[in-house]
Design a protein around this ligand. Structure first.
Ligand code: SER
Length: 315
């Protein structure tokens, strides 16, 4: 029997790069095939150039490599997506359709699709936003995630494809940098605090958003993919939460460890996007259906980020 392969799209990205490493250590007997449209800075395992807009190339990779699972992470995020709405729609939707189509016609058993708090719009309940809230997103990224969630449900119901999904909050990790998101400030702030002792934040001091430490996000991703099929009851996407905070609250945590740290606020276009999203999320279904439980709060996240980044960032 050929070795089974797990394929990751967008594997050079903020989540993809960390997920690839985590899957390699969890499944040493499987091939973990990282793919992206660009070569990685450093490859430490199987890597293939793959454009998610090229269905034929995806089909070939799936057939040649005995791919059984796909984590489809390639997408354009919220802030960057606004620069080129139609291009973002094409990449986010065509990419997903290509993955879903190849998966349903092949031996792929399971697909992961990342959704986001960006599916919610300004009309949604701000605090403890429920799973089944009306979805009225204002960014092209959010619109593509709502459509993507519904298509995932469609492929599940119509073709029996096992697609699993969570709505990620902002993800903060020391292993990688985000690119083009509205929650990116919460990673940049740590790099600047260590490098220069200062940070100019592109959101207002009191703009509260749901956030999660990278290790929790990776664990949630693998846990939902490894959950018993009967425990995964929502086939659009699960609300997922860990903590919520404002830039001011995060800066105060950083100051506890780096007392000289200074923050200034100069909100830009991303403020409007952030204000259209929930402040906190009700993720009771993820907790009761497949046992979700976060490990990191703002304090542990801050300590860990500074401890891990300090030696890496030369002053
Ligand atoms: N972190 C993402 C963004 O800011 C939200 O899913 O775009």
């Amino acid at each position: 029997m050929d070795v089974e392969t797990i394929l990751i799209t967008g594997a050079n990205g903020q989540i993809g790069s960390v997920l690839t490493t985590a899957l390699r250590s969890k499944f040493p007997d499987k091939t973990i095939l990282a793919t992206d449209i660009r070569e990685p800075a450093k490859a430490d395992g199987d890597f293939m150039l793959l454009d998610v807009l090229d269905r034929e190339a995806i089909r070939k990779a799936v057939a040649d490599k005995n791919v059984r699972q796909i984590y489809h992470l390639a997408a354009i995020l919220s802030a960057k997506g606004e620069e080129a709405p139609l291009r973002t729609w094409d990449i986010n939707m065509e990419g997903l359709f290509n993955i879903l189509e190849v998966a349903r016609e092949s031996h792929v058993e399971r697909v992961f699709f990342p959704s986001s708090i960006a599916v919610f719009g300004p009309e949604a309940q701000k605090q403890h936003t429920p799973q089944n809230e009306n979805l009225t997103p204002r960014t092209v990224y959010g619109i593509s995630k709502v459509a993507g969630e519904n298509w995932c449900q469609y492929y599940h119901d119509r073709y029996g494809l096992d697609v699993r999904s969570v709505r990620y909050p902002g993800i903060i990790g020391h292993q990688s940098l985000p690119g083009g998101g509205t929650t990116d400030y919460a990673v940049e702030i740590f790099h600047e605090a260590i490098k220069t002792g200062k940070y100019e934040c592109f959101l207002h001091a009191d703009t509260c958003l749901p956030m999660m430490f990278m290790d929790d996000a990776i664990r949630a991703t693998i846990e939902i993919m490894e959950a018993d099929i009967h425990d995964v009851k929502i086939h659009t996407s699960y609300n997922l939460a860990a903590m919520s905070f404002t830039p001011e609250q995060l800066a105060a945590e950083i100051k506890k460890i780096l007392p000289a740290f200074e923050i200034q606020y100069k909100a830009d276009h991303r403020e409007k996007i952030a204000r259209s999203w929930p402040e906190s999320i009700d993720d009771q279904d993820a907790r009761s259906d497949w046992g979700w439980q976060e490990e990191y709060d703002i304090e542990l996240l801050t300590e860990t980020m500074i401890r891990e980044l300090q030696p890496k960032i030369s002053v």
